[in-house]
Design a protein around this ligand. Structure first.
Ligand SMILES: Nc1ncnc2c1ncn2[C@@H]1O[C@H](COP(=O)(O)OP(=O)(O)OP(=O)(O)O)[C@@H](O)[C@H]1O
Ligand SMILES: [Mg+2]
Length: 255
């Protein structure tokens, strides 16, 4: 491990302290505290409007919190992003899919930070893109327009961009929304392999039934983190009823 890598390892992958974010009159996040250790998969669970996407945008540095602070491997989000440490898979409806780029171009965007100002890809960049496409099972679709992919394939394209970039922390906003079971299984396989390679993953999801299978820990969000621990500790029948109006343990049908 390089000295820089060892330095980054001393800090939690994600540290959120007392974060507050508002949109005009709407208080989206209010006193969010959350620390996620490196190499963990943390499920971010909460009802619609509970602040999941806002929290992701705050951790990426797209939103600057009115209160509190965020550190990614001990760095501010801006510094972490400059070093390419953060991979972000946005919620689908927040992306303009008409944008005319090929899958390979989207993944190559992850290499921009490694290129000079000319942004001319070198052999190493092309190799990194090919490797990321292979790891996300997208090699055959490299030349397809991003807008012509299925929802599950698009999410994998964003994961591939993060891999090509060399990101260490991946924030995935609803990666399973609108994807079929087969695509979901592929995404889970890709995410597991990333976790095994030492990456940290934060995954927001409504698929509560899939949480224990994928996640080492769960944070339940309701403008702030109301519970954080193992899936069994957090997803109690009482909390599920309070948060989602679900009776009993999560089962596939209610996810
Ligand atoms: N750009 C915005 N302008 C104004 N209000 C916003 C904006 N984005 C989000 N909000 C509000 O902030 C709150 C949190 O929204 P956010 O999108 O973070 O929730 P979420 O947990 O991701 O929801 P979902 O499960 O539906 O994706 C909601 O009340 C939402 O209406
Ligand atoms: Mg959201």
């Amino acid at each position: 491990m390089s000295q820089e890598g060892a330095e980054l390892d001393r800090e939690p992958a994600v540290r959120v302290e007392g974060v507050g974010v508002g949109y005009g009159d709407v208080l989206a996040l209010d006193g969010v505290d959350l620390a996620i250790a490196q190499g963990r998969v943390c499920g971010l669970v909460g009802a619609n409007g509970s602040g999941k996407s806002t929290l992701f945008k705050t951790v990426t540095g797209m939103i600057t919190p009115a209160r509190g602070r965020v550190l990614v491997h001990g760095l501010t989000p801006t510094a972490a992003r400059k070093r390419g440490l953060i991979g972000y898979v946005p919620q689908s409806e927040q992306v303009d899919w008409a944008f005319p780029v090929r899958v390979a171009d989207v993944v190559m965007m992850g290499r921009y930070g490694h290129m000079g100002i000319t942004r001319r890809p070198r052999a190493a960049d092309r190799a990194a893109v090919a490797d990321a496409l292979e790891r996300t099972h997208l090699s055959d679709l490299a030349d397809r327009q991003i807008g012509a992919l299925s929802g599950g394939q698009r999410k994998r394209a964003f994961v591939a961009r993060g891999i090509a970039q060399g990101a260490r922390v991946f924030l995935l906003d609803e990666p399973f929304a609108g994807v079929d079971k087969r695509s979901e299984a592929t995404i889970v396989e890709v995410l597991r392999a990333m976790r095994d390679a030492g990456h940290t993953l934060v995954v927001s999801t409504h698929d509560l039934a899939g949480v224990p299978e994928l996640c080492d820990e769960v944070a339940l969000l309701q403008r702030r983190v109301v519970a954080h621990g193992s899936p069994e500790e957090v997803l109690t029948p009482q909390r599920l009823l309070e948060t989602f109006g679900i009776e009993g343990r999560p089962v596939r049908e209610v996810a």
